[in-house]
Ligand binder design. Structure first.
Ligand code: PLP
Length: 510
């Protein structure tokens, strides 16, 4: 299945043991005690780790494959993750390891910088200044001002502060099924979370809102889904779905006499199930939002840095045959892939928005770790690697190849209702019936469990019915990886048919 030699992890662990042994022999007893503890920590069994987690972690801290066998992953290489027994799993889901797991260039950049200095961000340092310049250059005008933060949640939180400072309004329009992070403010704009939990006192529709939300200042619009939603004609759907945004603007402006603050939208909508804005959707929606005094925030936390292949950012995506003028956001947020695993995220905005924040919020912005020299070194190495290894082009070629293969499979596998996306951002929606579009929720879960157990492939599931196989692998995913994945998927569907009715089986959180 993999080009990775199964001996590599094995030899690697022997090497680690030899080094540890040598160090131990020259250490004083006190140091030896510490070393032994460290070595025990890496050589613990999976069961021992699970026991510690059960004892010291809250049950609310999620874990993949919780009910079908959690994994202990101790190594990563390229498009593979390797468990404690040296078993390599093909990773089809990890867009954080953008340049591949443990990419040598990023590893070296981090090692070199951490050996030199890591400190808070109030000092001048070349890394962060250079990174700011390089990041800014990746955006069209008038986006130019950069803020560094540590996570996607922080980036969206700051984006909302900027929006509020420059519009004077908290009113925010969000898309059904979306997730924008885990802090209190961004949970409030994440229907994916606020609708599931009991944390928010959801306001009933009677207050003028069409859907329940955490308050009158949050208005949820449907995802512009041209496969399952009410508007399915790509030529007209964008215009039709934009009417739902116009309706929200009308509500705030005309019925409440207030401005809109922000329209927060993912460039490529991930948790709603790999949904791309249909042609015309952004142009009409953003016009309505700006006319109502608001700004457009594009969340590129999942989709940015060349993943879409034909464009560096998802908000620039053009549907082939439906090219239109790109709508440039007022604020863009990014995170996950930026540091290839190091906590590095950012907000990029216009000078006008930044100046409104300076004037209206009138407070210094300080972030202890955001854009520290070590994470900035990782970010520079990521940008270098994207260029040097032509990863964006790779997303076009291999991502396109993978999408074509799933489309070919769709010809004879009834369960594949839709294949969509761009580059290495692909959704495969599974249905029980192609006419009614009944979601194959339990089947999707079953197939993903088989992919993990039998074929050693890690996947993720999204969509409001949890029936979309979301594919966003490290960008070093090869054609051979794509072949193996599609063959295995077909095999897993066969395994599911052989297993009989899987609908009553417990779902696995991937
Ligand atoms: C679209 C989107 N925005 C923001 C976030 C939050 O990022 P983080 O987990 O780094 O805080 C996520 C995380 O999954 C995300 O998918």
């Amino acid at each position: 299945m993999s080009t990775l030699s199964p001996l590599v992890p094995f030899l690697g662990s022997i090497l680690v043991s030899v080094i540890l042994l040598k160090q131990e022999q020259s250490e004083k007893p006190e140091q030896q005690k510490k070393r032994t503890m460290t070595r025990n920590a890496v050589s613990m069994t999976k069961e021992a780790v699970m026991k510690l987690r059960r004892k010291y972690f809250s049950k609310s801290v999620s874990i993949s494959y919780a009910n079908s066998g959690p994994l202990m992953i101790v190594q990563g290489r390229g498009s593979h993750l390797i468990d404690e027994n040296g078993v390599a799993y093909l990773d089809t889901r990890n867009n954080v390891a953008h340049c591949g797991h443990s990419h040598p260039r990023v590893v070296k950049a981090v090692q070199d910088q951490v050996a030199q200095l890591n400190t808070n961000t109030r000092y001048l340092h070349p890394n962060v200044a250079t990174l700011g310049q390089r990041l800014s250059n990746l955006f069209p005008d008038p986006l130019e001002i950069v803020f560094f933060v540590n996570s996607g949640s922080e980036a969206n939180d700051l984006a909302l502060r900027l929006a509020r400072a420059c519009t004077g309004s908290k009113n925010t329009i969000v898309v059904d099924g979306s997730y924008h992070g885990h802090t209190m403010t961004v949970l409030e704009v994440s229907p994916y979370k606020y609708e599931q939990g009991g944390e928010f006192d959801l306001q009933p529709p009677k207050m003028g809102l069409k859907f329940q939300s955490p308050g009158r200042h949050i208005w949820k619009v449907p995802a512009p889904d041209i496969y399952r939603g009410p508007h399915r004609d790509i030529r007209t759907a964008g215009r039709e779905y934009a009417k739902t945004v116009e309706e929200a603007c009308h509500f705030y402006q005309k019925e409440c006499g207030e401005k809109v603050g922000a329209f927060l939208l993912e460039g490529g909508m991930s948790t709603p199930g790999a949904i791309l804005s249909p042609p015309g959707y952004l142009a009409h929606s953003v016009k309505a939002v700006r006319d109502a005094g608001g700004v457009f925030i594009a969340d590129e936390v999942q989709s940015g840095f060349g993943r879409f292949g034909t464009s560096f950012w998802a908000f620039q995506h053009q549907h082939p045959g439906h090219e239109e003028e790109v709508v440039v956001p007022d604020i863009v947020t990014m995170g996950k892939p930026f540091g290839n695993g190091m906590p590095l995220a950012a907000v990029v905005t216009t000078r006008a928005v930044a100046e409104a924040f300076e004037t209206n919020a009138h407070i210094e912005y300080f972030n202890t770790f955001g854009g520290n020299p070590v994470c900035a070194a990782a970010g520079l190495a990521v940008l270098d690697t994207i260029e040097a290894e032509k990863l964006q082009q790779k997303a076009v070629q291999v991502g396109g190849y993978l999408q074509d293969k799933f489309m070919a499979l769709q010809q004879h596998l009834e369960i594949i209702g839709d294949v969509r996306g761009s580059g290495f951002f692909i959704g495969v929606e599974l249905v029980r019936d192609r006419t009614t579009l009944e979601a194959a929720t339990e089947e999707t879960s079953y197939i993903c469990s088989v992919l993990k157990e039998k074929y050693k492939i890690l996947t993720s599931i999204d969509g409001i019915f949890e029936n979309v196989l979301m594919i966003k692998p490290p960008m070093v995913f090869s054609k051979a990886d794509a072949d193996y994945f599609v063959e295995s998927f077909e095999g897993a569907v066969g395994d599911m048919k052989a297993a009989g009715d899987v609908r009553s089986m417990e779902k696995t959180p991937t």
